[in-house]
Design a binder for this molecule. Sequence first.
Ligand SMILES: [Zn+2]
Length: 86
Amino acid sequence: MAKCDVTDCEKTAERSLPEEKIADALKKEGLKLAKAKHRSRRANLCKDHYRVIKKHLKKASKIERMRCRVIKKHQKKSSKIERMRL
Ligand SMILES: [Zn+2]
């Protein structure tokens, strides 16, 4: 069984996530991965750390969705302008 990649964590890993995806979340929590695994680019996380990281991932995706909505609004507005111009 793989172990959690977070420094000083000895728990069994239950999930693995791409390192780049969780990098920000780790930083926010003040966590570090024990070793950079450049080959696999995936970090193993125990149940506890996964829960902590997931919290941040959810928040990020919510912001992403909000950003999409704003962009859509802008697109509508610009198409209206486009029509007015025509
Ligand atoms: Zn852990």
